[in-house]
Design a protein around this ligand. Structure first.
Ligand code: NAP
Length: 309
């Protein structure tokens, strides 16, 4: 029932690029997962050895201090080899942090000034000359689309950003941004998992197919909720996924969840947040596994029976 292989496919997010690894590693939790930059560099070596060469990060990431993560990632990249990875980062989320004393409240900012400032900071902190893919992180309801698109296009023409995408944007907002940008929108990075099914029915995945970009998928195992949840629905879903995993020779429910994402024709690229070798290897296997239609719908029915009404 499976066609597994241990190699990660290379995928194009959009006809005009970029090409990335078919499993992406998400760095958001790395400050809890790795105590030193040497440990993290070892993990980056492992990822590269397995073909997972695309790293996802964001200017706001950091624990315990928001905005502290990119610098720590940059230190590890210096050891592991900066030019061996494609870097995806994001701008626009503002949180209260000792590193941003000007922020009084949480907010979102897609102004030209903030996009440029965030880009310059990410380049410096990560120690790179160009960002492979810059995403607008979460909707800024005060966005002036001409200003936002103009700032991104300028950074592309200056060679600081290679490609532009969005994250967590509704279809109408993706279209609004795309209508003012010269650069193509090459992805919408969204949450999608057996625990979060709305993209299958709210038009988000349909839009990706129609416009010819692949979405990037965050929290494919619900950020670990799939394993921690003790409510009846999560326990039932976990049991179902574990059974499906066993049928396909996958190690656990986590890999069945990733195969669930991969089965959708939008070709979503999973961003895996685990810091564990086995789970990265499992994710690669899962991304190459084609679930049977009825198994896929069995998962949908467990999470959202109303889709069948
Ligand atoms: N664009 C956005 O707004 C947005 C939002 C959130 C995240 N992201 C991106 O997406 C990436 C992935 O998100 P995520 O970290 O939430 O993804 P995830 O892969 O769903 O969750 C990772 C978490 O689940 C745990 N986990 C994985 N498999 C497990 C298993 N079999 N049993 C128990 N625990 C398990 C991991 O622990 P271990 O480390 O112990 O394996 C880790 O704590 C982030 O790093 C970030 O780059 C983007």
């Amino acid at each position: 029932m499976s066609n597994d292989t241990d190699a990660v496919a290379r995928v194009r997010l959009h006809k005009d690029g970029p090409e990335i690894s078919g499993v992406v590693w998400g760095s958001m939790r790395m400050q809890s997962q790795f105590a030193t930059s040497t440990e993290l560099a070892g993990h980056l070596d492992l990822l590269r050895g397995r073909g997972v060469t695309t790293l996802d990060t964001a200017s706001v990431y950091g624990h315990p201090d928001p905005f502290s993560l990119e610098e720590a990632l940059g230190e590890a990249l210096a050891k592991a080899g900066r030019n061996k990875f494609e870097i995806v980062t994001k701008c626009g989320i503002q949180r209260i942090s000792r590193l941003r004393p000007e922020n009084r409240v949480r907010h979102f900012d897609f102004s030209a000034r903030e996009i440029r400032r965030s880009t310059e900071r990410s380049l410096t902190k990560l120690g790179i000359d160009v960002i492979d893919l810059m995403l607008l992180h979460r909707p800024d309801y005060l966005m002036d689309p001409d200003e936002t698109a103009g700032a991104l296009d300028d950074l592309v023409s200056e060679g600081k950003i290679r490609h532009v995408g969005v994250s967590n944007l509704s279809v109408s907002r993706v279209e609004l941004v795309a209508s003012r940008l010269k650069a193509p929108v090459v992805t919408n990075q969204i949450e999608f998992s057996p625990l979060h099914l709305s993209p299958v029915s709210d038009g988000t995945l349909d839009h990706a197919i129609r416009e010819g970009y692949r979405p990037m998928i965050w929290s494919p195992v619900g950020g670990g909720r799939l394993f921690k949840g003790e409510d009846e629905q999560t326990v039932g879903l976990r049991t179902l996924l574990a059974g499906i995993a066993a049928d396909y020779g996958l190690p656990s429910a986590a890999e069945a969840a990733i195969a669930f994402i991969a089965r959708h024709p939008a070709g979503g690229v999973p961003i895996v947040g685990s810091g564990k070798r086995d789970r990265i290897e499992g994710a690669i296997k899962a991304a190459n596994t084609v679930l049977d239609r009825q198994d896929w719908y069995d998962i949908v029915a467990r999470t959202n029976p109303s889709l069948f009404l």
